[in-house]
Ligand binder design. Structure first.
Ligand SMILES: CC(C)(COP(=O)(O)OP(=O)(O)OC[C@H]1O[C@@H](n2cnc3c(N)ncnc32)[C@H](O)[C@@H]1OP(=O)(O)O)[C@@H](O)C(=O)NCCC(=O)NCCS
Length: 188
């Protein structure tokens, strides 16, 4: 298990010496990933989508049996970030090429990348990204890519800081709303 950077801040009883720990999810994490996924998706996008579109997306994508199926997909790895035993964020990696023509022998997508609201800006994303890149490297990947909503300025700034560069665009559908995503990539 990798030990991440110290976490700033003292709220929730977590001291400055607390560490972000990132582990691979296992089959028993399906329910946790379903609730973590739904919670963080709603926190991130509720303000920019209609309640109907949001509910439709949550119902379609998050339930213990859905995450159980995703956990068992070949080429998929989930990482869970924890602070003091509390889940603080997660990432999903999946082998596969970006939609844009981009030469790579073994590309890996970061399909989901989320910190819980109370942990944003405190090192959870950094610890998760560090581990995502290490997992990609160790798996022999030559390209890590992801889609980010063009209006998600905070995430775009985070990925830019981590060296991701734009290589194309794709669409992402939330309920009835078809949104434009930027496709970003970097070597792991
Ligand atoms: C994008 C996201 C995952 C980044 O995660 P994060 O935990 O906020 O990222 P970090 O805390 O590691 O880094 C963000 C900032 O905190 C700083 N930071 C780094 N290590 C830190 C630490 N140990 N303690 C506190 N802050 C730290 C970084 O310097 C960075 O600051 P800067 O960008 O102003 O220079 C997070 O903002 C998030 O979950 N957003 C909502 C969901 C989302 O949009 N996901 C992306 C979908 S594509």
């Amino acid at each position: 298990m990798r030990r991440g950077p110290p976490v700033r801040g003292t709220d929730g009883g977590v001291t400055a010496s607390a560490l972000v720990e990132v582990r691979f999810a296992v089959a028993a994490d399906a329910s946790l990933l379903a609730s973590l996924g739904a919670e963080t998706f709603a926190e991130t996008y509720a303000a920019d989508n209609t309640p109907e579109d949001l509910q439709e997306y949550l119902a379609r994508h998050f339930a213990p049996q859905i995450q159980a199926r995703e956990l068992s997909e070949p080429g998929t790895r989930f990482l869970i970030a924890e602070v003091g035993g509390e889940s603080a964020g997660f990432a999903r990696l999946r082998d596969g090429p970006p939609p844009s023509a981009h030469r790579a022998a073994h590309p890996v997508e970061i399909v989901q990348f989320y910190a819980r609201a109370r942990w944003i800006g405190r090192g959870v994303g950094g610890a998760l990204m560090d581990r995502c890149l290490a997992v990609a490297r160790e798996g022999g990947s030559d390209l890590v890519w992801l889609g980010v909503w063009e209006r998600n300025a905070r995430a775009r700034a985070f990925y830019a800081k981590w060296g991701f560069r734009e290589i194309g665009t794709k669409t992402f559908t939330v309920g009835s709303d078809v949104q434009d995503d930027l496709v970003l990539a970097r070597a792991p």
